[in-house]
Design a protein around this ligand. Structure first.
Ligand code: DX5
Ligand code: ZN
Length: 217
């Protein structure tokens, strides 16, 4: 199982539906939406209105990554806007079990995100309840950063933890994913690959998506 999830953070938003079409032609499986509030991370992006526009532009699954404070307050809006997957940061949520149940009760799949400095084993007691574990392979907030080298060891730990806990989450990685980093991460056990700048800032968006997809298939 290998899923390519282009991040529209690096797309030309003045031409959103065309940009989505280009990655669809390149074999994209999900569309990843990075929601930033200027508090949890030092950057602001977009909210439910844009997620709704993404949903109208594609039949692919919409993967919403919430980098915001107090995500519980906005989860219903994002699910109403069409999010198929909603992921919240371990570092932000006080009552993670409650929040994960809330996302699922509203009809979406639920994910937990861990920053590069958060030990993987911290998610042990939520592991069996989540659909997705998103391992940040850069510090969240910006596209175009370099893949943090110890990430592949962390991916392997997530594979091990899943086995030990009899959990079923998909392992997703986000940040610095390119034709230089994707194969080692795949070999380490990652299954969902978010890629922003390596796809949308390339000369040929469709060809870049095809290349990444081929490298993980
Ligand atoms: C970073 C975001 C990423 C970002 C990745 O906070 O979560 O999804 O779009 O961008 P690249 O692929 O350029 O590192
Ligand atoms: Zn993201």
């Amino acid at each position: 199982m290998a899923i390519l999830a282009p991040s529209i953070l690096s797309a030309d938003l003045s031409n959103l539906s065309q940009q989505i079409r280009l990655v669809e032609m390149g074999g994209a499986d999900w569309i990843h939406c990075d929601i930033m509030d200027g508090h949890f991370v030092p950057n602001i992006t977009f909210g439910p209105i844009l997620v709704e526009a993404v949903k109208k532009s594609t039949h692919l699954s919409v993967d919403v990554h919430l980098m915001i404070e107090n995500p519980d307050k906005f989860i219903p809006d994002f699910i109403k806007a069409g999010a198929d997957y909603v992921s919240v940061h371990f570092e932000e949520v006080k009552h993670l079990n409650r929040t994960i149940n809330y996302i699922k009760a509203l009809g979406a799949k639920a994910g937990v995100v861990v920053n590069p400095s958060t030990p993987i084993h911290f998610i042990k007691d939520i592991a069996e309840y989540i659909d997705l574990l998103l391992i940040m392979t850069v510090n969240p907030g910006f596209g175009g950063q370099s893949f943090i080298p110890n990430s592949n060891r962390r991916i392997k730990e997530a594979v091990e933890l899943r086995k030990n806990m009899n959990a079923k989450y998909l392992i997703e990685i986000d940040g610095g994913i390119s034709n230089k980093t994707i194969v080692d991460a795949r070999n380490a056990g990652a299954e969902v690959f978010v890629a922003g700048s390596s796809i949308f800032h390339s000369e040929n968006i469709t060809a870049s998506a095809i290349e990444l997809k081929n490298l993980i298939s």
